[in-house]
Design a protein around this ligand. Structure first.
Ligand code: HEM
Length: 165
């Protein structure tokens, strides 16, 4: 068993990403050429353990009937100033590594990722690329996700607006 640790300060290398830390809740809309559009609610948590990465977990529910939809978990690494790497696992049999940039300008933190590796288990739907964009302004986090999957080229899948809980 790992003993609980006393609270530690965020690692200085993740200072740029500090606005992400905490719990976020809100609503999103999903679509794709091959499926019916849908609305969802979402909770996201970014944490840290004093090392140069953020911990990440996300879960979503259908807006109408509350059934669980997508969830994902992973780590957001900051290996060099302005560089970010998002290492993600999905319960749909997919793993995703997205790499990109983090910039802050006029109080707006912007992160952009393009997948560099997608793994698909033997029964996962075929996904070949994922792109993600996030902006954080104060207590509002907005994101978009696009993907190339099931024979479609890189196409919009999700957009959401979350508020700091
Ligand atoms: C907020 C996060 C997400 C939500 C709420 C969500 C929700 C959904 C829903 C409701 C469907 C249609 C029903 C189904 O096939 O299960 C779907 C399809 C799909 N999603 Fe997502 N999704 C999310 C994120 C992602 C991500 C990050 C990926 C890729 C890494 C992804 C890949 C797919 C694929 C491949 C399909 C199947 C499309 C088809 O069969 O034509 N989704 N998603």
């Amino acid at each position: 068993m790992v003993e609980p640790q006393p609270p530690v300060a965020p690692h200085p290398d993740i200072a740029l990403l500090a606005p992400l830390l905490g719990v976020w809740r809100g609503h999103g809309h999903g679509e794709y050429p091959t499926i019916s559009p849908f609305d969802y609610s979402e909770e996201v948590e970014f944490g840290h353990v004093g090392r140069p990465f953020l911990t990440y977990r996300q879960r979503t529910r259908h807006a109408e009937d509350g059934r669980g939809l997508h969830a994902e978990t992973g780590y957001l690494r900051c290996p060099a100033p302005g560089r970010v790497e998002w290492i993600l696992a999905h319960p749909t049999g997919i793993t995703e590594i997205g790499e990109g940039t983090a910039t802050i300008e006029d109080g707006v933190l912007t992160l952009n990722f393009d997948s560099t590796h997608i793994g698909c288990s033997g029964t996962a739907k075929p996904v070949t690329a994922v792109g993600r964009s996030l902006t954080i302004v104060g207590d509002t986090l907005e994101y978009g996700v696009r993907m190339a999957a099931v024979g479609e080229p890189l196409t919009h899948h999700l957009s959401a607006v979350l508020k700091r809980a």
